[in-house]
Design a protein around this ligand. Structure first.
Ligand code: ZN
Length: 331
């Protein structure tokens, strides 16, 4: 910090009016998941200085996630001089988050409903905390430091173990919606006679295009994204080929809708969606091309996400940096 309270743990009253991140400023990132809590220390410019992953043997409650996060951050306090250098904390949540106060409305896989996560963390850590949906932070990170650098209009879709998340940058600004829930491409309709999704609707993208069906087709249990991609690339099984084609053709429907609705310059695919693209980019481009409006199609490109495992740490920390830059008085 260029100027800050000497002890950010006991911050009371209004902070200095000239608070802004100095070159040594650090953002703290937190990502609670069903099997782990990850904390990161991130410098300006998207440099991940440290990433600590704490495995849990059961799905953590919000209170447990808060306690573990606070402990992990405490263990890094001295080494990174967080009392003087940390500007704030950003949390990437696998669920729906109300942006203005960081309330987790629903994180289906964590089983969290209406948890005031940002408030709980602020109390435990003593730093300002902002929280947002993980895919929306992935969008932010890729747009600033990844495949979408310098672009004003892009759509991001990420395929993970628990479904498909997404986000968009429109006219240079993140697409939020009135409460912060915009960009749920995983729950757009791709098959009107498909199965019922956990959201209650029928034929959502994330029920039709899934990592688990790909794993089933290649006959593997849980593997990481790279191993799955290698298995898909190496397979000569007709069953695997048919499943890849089915998923690519289905994904193309959502991409068509995104292109015709938002007119992006770039569509960024992360997680297993990036693997599908790597396996048969030509087919996805063909399918998207033949059903999108020519006017919008001509200006769009498809690319893989670039930030890999650093994505959410960078996105969450960036949220903390941006919050303090855009509204220093709020801290
Ligand atoms: Zn759904």
């Amino acid at each position: 910090m260029v100027e800050s309270e000497p002890n950010s743990r006991n911050q009371v009253g209004r902070p200095s009016p000239i608070v802004r991140p100095g070159p040594r400023a650090l953002g703290i990132a937190i990502n609670p998941e069903i099997d782990s809590i990850t904390v990161g220390i991130v410098g300006l410019g998207g440099t991940v200085l440290r990433r600590v992953r704490f495995s849990v043997d059961h799905v953590p409650s919000a209170a447990e996630a808060v306690a573990i996060s606070a402990q992990l951050i405490d263990s890094l306090r001295e080494e990174f001089d967080l009392a003087h250098r940390a500007v704030g904390v950003g949390v990437a949540v696998p669920g729906l988050v109300r942006t203005h106060d960081g309330l987790v409305r629903l994180a289906p896989h964590l089983g969290w409903v209406d948890e005031p996560l940002a408030e709980m963390l602020e109390e435990a850590i003593g730093l300002p905390v902002v929280a947002a949906n993980d895919a929306r932070l992935g969008t932010l990170a890729e747009s600033i430091f990844g495949a979408g650098r310098g672009l004003t209009d892009l759509v991001y879709l990420n395929g993970g173990a628990s479904g498909i998340g997404g986000g968009a940058i429109v006219n240079g600004a993140p697409l939020r919606g009135i409460s912060g829930y915009a960009g749920e491409f995983g729950h757009t309709l791709v098959n009107s006679s498909g199965v019922i999704c956990h959201c209650g609707a029928r034929g959502c993208l994330e029920t039709e295009v899934s990592r688990s069906s790909l794993l089933r087709a290649v006959g593997l249990a849980d593997v990481d994204a790279d191993e799955l991609e290698n298995a898909l690339l190496a397979s000569d099984s007709p069953i695997v080929a048919a499943e890849i084609i089915r998923q690519i053709d289905t994904l193309a429907i959502t991409l068509r809708n995104a292109i015709n609705t938002l007119n992006p310059q770039l569509i960024v695919l992360g997680g297993f969606l990036g693997a599908l693209y790597a396996v048969d980019a030509a087919r996805l481009e063909l399918r998207v091309g033949e059903q999108s409006l020519p006017s919008a199609r001509d200006s769009v490109r498809i690319a893989r996400a670039e930030l890999g495992t650093r994505l959410l740490m960078i996105g969450a920390a960036e949220l903390a940096f941006e919050s303090i830059l855009s509204d220093p008085s709020s801290f």
